[in-house]
Design a binder for this molecule. Structure first.
Ligand SMILES: NC(=O)c1ccc[n+]([C@@H]2O[C@H](COP(=O)([O-])OP(=O)(O)OC[C@H]3O[C@@H](n4cnc5c(N)ncnc54)[C@H](O)[C@@H]3O)[C@@H](O)[C@H]2O)c1
Length: 293
């Protein structure tokens, strides 16, 4: 049997993590570096990406590099892959993490904001996957991990129609690419994190939300509804990504892995909490005019 240590290792691999200058991406890049891969911190914020890469390299002792990319621009994505290949060798792992979010009621969502969210989250993920797939197919191996969200599987809060649509699209893209690329030895999976206080999330809260959406109450409500009783830590997403990227997950493709403290399995109304027998529960009042059952 292959030793566990070897199964977890990403030694000798080259990985691109998009949107990794900060937030989940930086936490993912850190763990991927710790697992032994040479890591490219690719972000539209080039200076921040370079600084994050330097910090990660100092912390893990690994090889970590900042590279500019705008994932919505296919030519920019092509330049990223060409630069990485010529300087660091073939890309074995792509983590599509770059993503943006905002809060708007559907009836007030500007067309350009709809397009911006779909462009970065969906088209950006596709352009990077396309560039990686072509190269990985030639070599007959590779792994893609998409950072989706609980919003890929459910609608988590009001004011997110554009975001939830984009993340459901990533769920579809993950499954479709997993089918198409499996014969070439390429695995494609997604992690679906719950809410976390990343830099992007803090900016969202500080910016405020449209009238009628109390964004702070929304975030408090997430904690209340999460069975594990807290927000997600970015590092917990990093750990899940390393699992899916590694040979620990060698027979796993096309899955959407929640990293959500159980929020997607929160009890339906009428759930019986542990330790309470149904006999102790108050019966609902009969509807006026109807006989009690
Ligand atoms: N924070 C959360 O609560 C949460 C929950 C579930 C999923 N997610 C997802 O996790 C991912 C990361 O989110 P985060 O919270 O860390 O956000 P963040 O804003 O802290 O970080 C996102 C990074 O993506 C980069 N980026 C944005 N547009 C880009 C582009 N066009 N090209 C390249 N890079 C670009 C930004 O510069 C930034 O560094 C996103 O896909 C987001 O949808 C976040």
């Amino acid at each position: 049997m292959t030793p566990l240590e070897e199964l977890w290792s990403l030694q000798g691999q080259t990985a691109i993590v998009t949107g990794a200058a900060r937030g989940f991406g930086a936490a993912i890049a850190h763990r991927v570096s710790e697992a032994g891969a040479t890591v490219v911190v690719a972000d539209v914020r080039h200076d921040e990406a370079t600084a994050t890469a330097a910090r990660i390299a100092a912390e893990t002792g690994g090889s970590c590099h900042g590279q500019p990319v705008d994932v919505t621009d296919e030519a920019s994505v092509a330049r990223l892959f060409e630069a990485v290949e010529s300087e660091l060798g073939p890309v074995n792992l792509l983590v599509n993490n770059a993503g943006v979010f905002s809060n708007y009621y559907a009836s007030e969502l500007p067309a350009q904001e709809w397009t911006r969210i779909l462009d970065v989250n969906v088209t950006g993920t596709f352009f990077c996957s396309k560039a990686a797939a072509r190269r990985m197919q030639n070599r007959g191996a590779g792994v893609i991990v998409n950072v989706a969200s609980v919003d890929a599987l459910a609608s988590s809060a009001e004011g997110l129609v554009h975001y939830t649509t984009s993340k459901h699209a990533i769920a579809g893209m993950t499954k479709s690419l997993a089918m198409e690329l499996a014969p070439s030895g390429i695995r494609v999976n997604a992690v679906c994190p719950g809410a976390a206080m990343t830099e992007g999330a803090i900016e969202l809260i500080m910016d405020g939300a449209p009238d009628g959406i109390d964004i702070e109450a929304q975030w408090d409500g997430i904690v209340d509804r999460t069975p594990l009783g807290r927000l997600c830590q970015p590092d917990e997403v990093g750990r899940a990504v390393v699992f899916l990227a590694s040979d620990m997950a060698s027979f796993i493709t096309g899955v959407l892995l929640p990293v959500d403290g159980g929020i997607l399995v929160q009890p339906l109304e009428g759930y019986v909490p542990a330790g309470i027998s149904t006999g102790d529960m108050a019966r609902p009042d009969p509807v006026a005019g109807e006989d009690a059952p």
